[in-house]
Ligand binder design. Structure first.
Ligand code: ADP
Ligand code: ZN
Length: 748
């Protein structure tokens, strides 16, 4: 037993490791004043020294010989009491260690900074200029090498050549660890490295014109009034702003934020990553000028840390960011906005598997803020919550200035081998000839979906994942879209060595190729994750649509999201059911949302829009409802299905996944996990349905076999009790990994 004497005190420290508890340490008398909750401390842990988070003081400890902390790493606490309450809530809801939650919530750059010495934070927080530099790579002038530097190196080389100039951070994000490849390419003279200072101001290259609030139309006015009155009363209220595409939702966000700012409050705006285009941030800057902080994954750790500090110090009253911004150190929050609330990208898919859309409601409740969930295609669960009064529904049923929704032709492609149907081809020609713009959507990248051997009929598959490889003609490779494995293509059949490989299914690369043949003079651009890897390439493509120097934009779901191009009068959808085949109960919902969003890109300007949707299954309710703008019909049918099949919103889900590199062990361990769960379930008498263990739809991923157990319950409490009790008695060997995903979105 250690008790406090007059000089030392005991503190509780969370360690960012997968440990379900925190630890006690002694504070040496000299650090006594410094070691307060909210700061990080360097602590001895086993033989290592780790950075821990000081949670609070302890009066006594049952442990003998407590160790002393080595150093306090921050000059000021990193979180406030109310943020701490939020972090604790997150840890207990997602059944995740608090230390790991803190690590996720705080910017990564903070750890980098502290390693440079204990004064780093002081300098940074007092506005001292710590110049951040980053390494960039440019194409070199070396001759083509005699011996190949390796497949991955070649891929990296191609990206560097394509972008002309790309940062190490972005390359790592795309290729994982690639220091060796980069070194080899440098040695061969194929690329050169250059270090330079990186932007600290995400708005630096943006010139915007000041813009004034619009005079609201009737529906907008009543929506804004509802939100404003909640702001006036300073109470928590969750709203669902359900407005068709182009109905003026963003204008309501802007005016509601103005209202919050006038009251001395701040605003948090969460957007899906892909919508973080200069278009949206530009609209915010045009309205509010400075005082906006931006957090998204395109920032380097240092930039992110800069923004984080600006927010912490109260220099930014508006924060716009992707999912991690829900943890922004913003105080006095008056309003939290979640734009495109239906987007799956609000959910983090590894580590702390949180959903920022859901957490926005939690944080809003704690801060007594208004929470505005906006979408043209809300989640089925949100529609249900609005019907039950748990969300207050604000509807914008019409487009601004009474612009009509586009007319949609749904075309059956059954038995039709063309990629582009005749009707669509004709309309595209007309559109381009009359100087208007078109968008053509296909939710699949690459040239062919896959290659199949003409002799033995085997498709080319990934050796690490149970999926087919996608053929990319320009790159001359067949690529795995899950692990980036690639082989030269077309190549030969790995099964029988035959040289004749057939292309099956079309991707955006092929579609672009076909469009160029159809319209040789049109200016066609493709936007998918293959063409948007370079810094700023995404913005460049979009600005060419805005300024009219492109006629047709071809792309994957990236083009469906939130863009406002008034010049687009025609939208074509190729293979509307591409996303229906997914073995996921949300496939219909996702298909409906995606199609409605793409269709909504047409006719946002003065000229009305037209849409051609090509589908084999023209009778499917997700496709038909989207084409007929029949949202109510879709939600009704989907809710009936969910009720019958026992899926959310009528049940709560958790997914447990067992994975490992040995099939046998994964299989045994998943069986054992299921047995243990079922035993505990009986002991606790909780009503939880256990499904599985079953192989995950993608049974093998990056070399790991995966089995899943799906847990379904009618109350969250029972689900939590079961998993918590399981945690306490589970004894998982180090050969497998067992993950728990609360409210899973990705069941693949
Ligand atoms: P949404 O976010 O619902 O897709 P936006 O807010 O982007 O819709 O509005 C679509 C277009 O209409 C934008 O160009 C916007 O500036 C304009 N707009 C919005 N509200 C009004 C209004 N009350 N009067 C005139 N134009 C408006
Ligand atoms: Zn793979």
């Amino acid at each position: 037993m250690t008790t406090i004497d007059t000089h030392n005190h005991i503190i509780e420290v969370a360690i960012p490791l997968y440990l379900d508890r925190s630890f006690h340490y002694l504070v040496p008398a000299v650090m006594s004043a410094e070691a307060v909750p909210g700061k990080r401390a360097l602590v001895p842990f086993g033989r290592r020294k780790l950075t821990g988070y000081i949670l609070g003081r302890a009066t006594e400890s049952t442990v003998d010989n407590l160790k002393e902390i080595l150093e306090v790493l921050d000059s000021e606490p990193l979180w406030t009491a109310s943020e701490y309450e939020f972090f604790r809530w997150v840890a207990s809801y997602y059944l995740h260690p608090l230390g790991e939650v803190l690590k996720t919530a705080l910017p990564a750059g903070i750890n980098v900074q502290s390693r440079k010495g204990s004064s780093g934070d002081d300098a940074a927080l007092s506005g001292g200029k710590s110049v951040l530099r980053e390494k960039f790579y440019l194409p070199g002038s070396g001759p083509e090498p005699v011996r190949s530097p390796g497949v991955k190196a070649l891929e990296i080389l191609e990206v560097i050549r394509e972008s002309g100039d790309i940062s190490a951070t972005i390359l790592r994000k795309r290729f994982g660890a690639c220091t060796q490849q980069l070194k080899r390419l440098c040695e061969l003279g194929l690329i050169t490295a250059k270090e330079r200072e990186i932007y600290r101001d995400p708005f630096k290259n943006l010139t915007v014109q000041r813009d004034e609030p619009r005079i609201l139309h009737t529906h907008q006015k009543s929506a804004l009034e509802a939100v404003s009155s909640c702001l006036d009363r300073q109470i928590f209220m969750p709203f669902l702003l359900y407005g068709v595409t182009g109905s003026g939702k963003t204008e309501i966000y802007l005016q509601a934020i103005s209202h919050a700012l006038e009251q001395g409050k701040s605003a948090l705006v969460l957007v899906p990553e892909i919508a973080l285009t200069p278009q949206l941030t530009g609209r915010f800057q045009a309205r509010f000028g400075g005082g906006i902080a931006i957090l998204h994954s395109g920032l380097s750790d240092g930039e992110r840390y800069d923004e984080w500090r600006r927010i912490r110090r109260g220099l930014a009253r508006i924060v716009i960011g992707a999912r991690s911004a829900v943890f922004a150190p913003l105080e006095k929050i008056g309003i939290i906005i979640v734009d495109e609330e239906h987007e799956a990208s609000f959910k983090q898919s590894d580590g702390l598997r949180y959903n920022a859309r859901d957490l926005a409601l939690v944080r809003g409740r704690m801060e007594r803020a208004a929470v505005l969930l906006g979408s043209a295609t809300p989640l089925v669960t949100s529609i249900h919550a609005a019907a039950n009064g748990r969300l207050k529904l604000l509807e914008l049923p019409e487009r601004v200035e009474n612009r009509p929704m586009p007319a949609v032709d749904l075309i059956s492609m059954r038995g039709n081998k063309e990629t582009i149907a005749t009707q669509l081809a004709t309309l595209l020609t007309e559109t381009v000839e009359t100087g208007q713009q078109a968008i053509v959507f296909l939710n699949r990248r690459g040239f062919a979906t896959f290659l199949v051997c003409g002799d033995c009929g085997q498709p080319l598959t990934c050796p690490n994942c149970s999926v087919t490889l996608t053929y990319h003609r320009q790159r001359g490779q067949s690529v795995c879209h899950y692990c980036d494995y690639s082989v030269p293509a077309p190549g030969t059949c790995p099964a029988c060595n035959a040289v004749e490989l057939k292309e099956l299914g079309a991707g955006t690369e092929k579609l672009e190729h076909n469009l160029r043949e159809l319209l040789p003079r049109a200016r066609i651009m493709r936007m998918d994750s293959d063409t948007t890897s370079g810094k700023g390439s995404h913005e460049r493509l979009l600005s060419r649509m805005s300024n009219g120097t492109a006629d047709i934009l071809v792309g994957t779901q990236m083009i469906a999201k939130g863009h406002d191009f008034p010049g687009v009068t025609l939208v074509g959808v190729v293979n509307a059911e591409a996303s229906l085949g997914m073995p996921d109960f949300r496939a219909a919902e996702r298909t409906y949302q995606l199609l409605s969003q793409v269709i909504g890109r047409a006719g946002r300007g003065e000229k009305p829009g037209r849409v051609v949707v090509q589908a084999c299954d023209t009778e499917h309710y997700a496709i038909r409802s989207a084409a007929e703008h029949d949202a109510a019909g879709f939600y009704k049918q989907e809710l009936d299905f969910r009720r019958e099949a026992g899926y959310p919103p009528f049940t709560f889900l958790a997914a447990m996944a067992v994975s490992g590199i040995t099939e046998q062990i994964v299989s045994e361990q998943s069986e054992q996990t299921a047995r243990l769960l079922s035993r505990i379930k009986k002991e606790l008498k909780v009503r939880v349905e256990l499904l599985g263990p079953a192989p995950a739809p993608i049974y093998r991923l990056r070399g790991r076999y995966r089995r899943q157990i799906l847990l379904k319950a009618t109350t969250r409490a029972e689900l939590h009790r079961l998993i918590l009790a399981w945690r306490k008695s589970a004894d998982t060997p180090s050969t497998v990994r067992v993950t728990v995903d609360i409210d899973p979105l990705d069941l693949m």
